[in-house]
Write a protein that binds this ligand. Structure first.
Ligand SMILES: NC(=O)c1ccc[n+]([C@@H]2O[C@H](COP(=O)([O-])OP(=O)(O)OC[C@H]3O[C@@H](n4cnc5c(N)ncnc54)[C@H](OP(=O)(O)O)[C@@H]3O)[C@@H](O)[C@H]2O)c1
Length: 288
């Protein structure tokens, strides 16, 4: 992985931090994204401590719930790196109560789906210029009972935290399959994966009861290192150099839910996501 430039979001904790450590140990140059400057610096020091000889670790601070912040991040990345070999969309969260992002979008949707959609589309030309390149997105088995609520995309009529989370993880898989279709023949692959149940900081933001629940689950959960294995494999292995549009678990391609294989929904979601990001594009143009 020497000389490969990898950008990874959600690298301050859990699966993203473990993956960044493993990738840096392989000699890759890491660009990690966190929303808190101090947490990002702490993560960077941890990654540097295990990095292979010559590997670099750069930091970017971005709150991915804000489209303006995602746009700034993409502009900084494009300015800094003439080539980008791997983009890992890993940051994600679940929220007990419905909240809106600064763009007026339900927060889980903004962070888990629209941020990867926007960041990827803004960096796509650079990835195409850097072929062979890869895009890896952290999805989840939580997509299995979900449907995309096309008539209530902002979850105004119903909001259940885990159900909403599942919808965004289904969106990750539909995004990956539509992206892979659009990238066919370009030399850029797009895959996603389920990491298993992993003991991380996930769901620790939702109060005492949820925290207790996560602590109870800890003995049956995997380590972040184990949870990161398929991510690292998708980002680096020659085994998947020419595989695109797949959903993986434990380094094996799996069949996701029928909803996740619906190409019509994937195309529809892509167009809606473009519209949901267009508002911030117009504001960015107005400011410049
Ligand atoms: N843990 C599991 O069992 C499990 C299972 C299936 C899928 N996943 C998926 O795995 C991915 C990683 O989660 P994890 O389990 O490693 O959880 P985690 O330990 O909570 O890590 C989540 C990462 O995302 C970052 N993040 C959250 N909101 C953000 C925002 N608005 N802007 C920028 N960064 C933000 C967090 O940053 P901060 O440090 O600032 O909070 C953190 O670095 C997620 O996509 C999750 O859906 C997890």
């Amino acid at each position: 992985m020497n000389d490969k430039q990898i950008l990874i979001t959600g690298a301050t904790d859990g699966i993203g931090l473990a993956a960044a450590e493993a990738l840096a140990a392989l000699g890759a140059n890491l660009a990690i994204v966190g929303r808190s400057k101090s947490r990002t610096q702490v993560a960077s020091a941890r990654i540097r401590a295990v990095a292979g000889r010559g590997a670099t670790v750069d930091t970017f601070v971005s709150d991915l719930s804000s489209q303006a912040s995602v746009r700034r991040l993409a502009a900084e990345v494009l300015a800094r790196y003439p080539r980008l070999d791997v983009l890992v969309n890993n940051a994600g969260a679940m929220y007990a109560g419905r909240q809106l992002s600064t763009d007026g979008i339900e927060l889980t949707w903004a962070v888990n789906h629209l941020a990867p959609f926007l960041l990827t589309t803004l960096l796509l030309d650079r990835l195409k210029e850097s072929v062979p390149a890869r895009i890896v997105t952290t999805a989840s088995g939580a997509h299995r009972r979900a449907h995309i609520p096309f008539s209530d995309l902002n979850a105004e009529r119903s909001y259940r935290s885990f159900g909403r989370y599942g919808e965004t993880k289904l969106a990750n898989i539909l995004f990956t399959s539509e992206l892979a279709r659009r990238l066919k023949g370009s030399g850029v692959t797009a895959n996603c994966f389920h990491p298993g149940l992993v003991a991380t900081g996930f769901n620790r933001n939702n109060g005492l009861l949820m925290n207790l629940g996560m602590t109870i689950l800890k003995p049956v959960a995997r380590s972040p290192q184990k949870g990161a294995e398929t991510l690292v494999w998708l980002a680096t292995s020659p085994d998947v150099a020419n595989v695109s549009g797949g959903y993986f678990f434990d380094q094996q391609q799996k069949t996701p839910s029928p909803e996740a294989e619906d190409t019509e929904s994937a195309g529809r979601l892509w167009e809606i996501s473009q519209r949901q990001c267009a508002v911030s594009e117009r504001s960015a143009e107005a400011r410049s």
